[in-house]
Write a protein that binds this ligand. Sequence first.
Ligand code: HEM
Length: 495
Amino acid sequence: MAALTLYPESERLPRGERITFNLYMISALLLFVLMMVLGVIMRMGQSLWLDVPPDLFYQVLSMHGAGMVGTMSLATTAVMWFFLRKYVRLHLWAFLANYLLFLCGALCIIGAVFVGRYAGLWTFLYPLPTHAMGMWGNGAAACFMVGYLFIGVGSLLFYLDAAAAIIGRYGNLGRAMGLQWLFGGTIDPDHPKAVVASTMVVIANSLGILAGAVVLVMYLVAIAYPEFTMNALYAKNLTYWFGHMYINATIYMGVMAVYELLARYSGRPYAISRPFLWSWAASCVFVIVVFPHHLLMDYAQPRWVAVTGQVVSYLAGFPVFLVTVWGALTNIHRSGMRWSTPSRLLILSMFGWAAGILPAILDGTIGINRVMHNTQWVPGHFHFYLLLGVLPMVLALLYHVIGSRRAAPPDSGADRLGVPVYLIGGMTFALAFLDAGHMSVARRMSSHLAEWIPNDRVGAIGASLVLLAMVYFAVRIIHGLLRAPGAESTAHAAG
Ligand code: HEM
């Protein structure tokens, strides 16, 4: 059965596609390692194991936040492209243009932070970037905003190409999401889950990016004409609409690796179902309106918006999460799973997503948010599901792809050691943040109180383990991706 073939013909990459995919993924792996180094530096600084002056800490925090979010988006965009291109006709130029615009954006952001000393964080909240009190200039702030605009334009270009291709194949976006089967009818069992998920991402993330573009352009106007002022609450709403949507979209793009690959390793078909279609349809609506849960402490916000933020928090992520985790568990239960590094990473990603979403939903509850939101509980929950949920989805696909160039999934002794080191390091690191939240340790602080240091040190040790494992994964995967393409042609084995 085609769906269970480990390395189907439809996934073989012609030369141009392979080079572009490699460019995306090798850049992403190198950036992940570099951004992790910055993360470890911050954690070591908070632990007093390294002397990190406050001004440098906030530059590093700005670079790490923007860099990690951007890199995760770059990598998961490549995951989406890898699978979506099997079902619809995507243009390579759009995929490549997104990569080049990302590079331009990354250079602007790196210049703004390390040359211009921008330290207004990845959330660039109004009016901080333009009121730096001499710490950095308006030029650096403008450069940072232009960097984001480059990255946003690249993503929009890719999404427009994807939308046109999806509409060309399925007639409209609703049919691509399977809305015609919500209330009845026989669901086409071959309707690809990756198309449903991609369509949702195209709709929701395009709106978020447009919201971000509006606020970024308003910032540039404010920098050029200082007499122009913005409504701070309006700016914050637009900023979080963009920021929340953009990072959430990485989960929805990354999860396509689970939908497409899991069945091949379990050897059991992973059928599409009506609850699956309902969940993606519901999440598509809710994820667009859930961002006010970032503004529960903004008391100027109308009350009904805050209440919407809380209620929708429970509804937005849960349907897709439940249907995916339930689907994955039933798929692997007593399946005689073919255990190797890609399948281990897929299961790790389900665990990381499942465990990380719980503290996130708690934080979306108004009563809890009032106590926890400015503590390290928040970096605790998002590092949990990004580091242990989304990044393993990307790594699973990459391990799978390098396996296709060797005829079998990679599973060396070092690979088998790398996964638990990453898991133990990641758990220690994320739980230290959550525990710090429980102790009310303030987030985004370069200097910590003496009572907090032991916890910081546990986190720093966990972070160093993650970094170690990631360096290994990066070297291993880059080496695999750069293998001579000739190795590929003989390597297509059936599962
Ligand atoms: C070894 C891995 C990592 C380490 C050591 C690390 C470390 C840190 C530290 C120490 C902070 C500041 C926490 C605070 O006190 O508020 C932070 C913030 C942050 N990290 Fe990480 N991190 C890692 C991985 C990641 C990943 C994989 C992502 C996302 C894909 C990520 C995204 C962020 C973001 C968005 C922030 C918040 C920036 C802000 O508050 O403005 N990190 N990280």
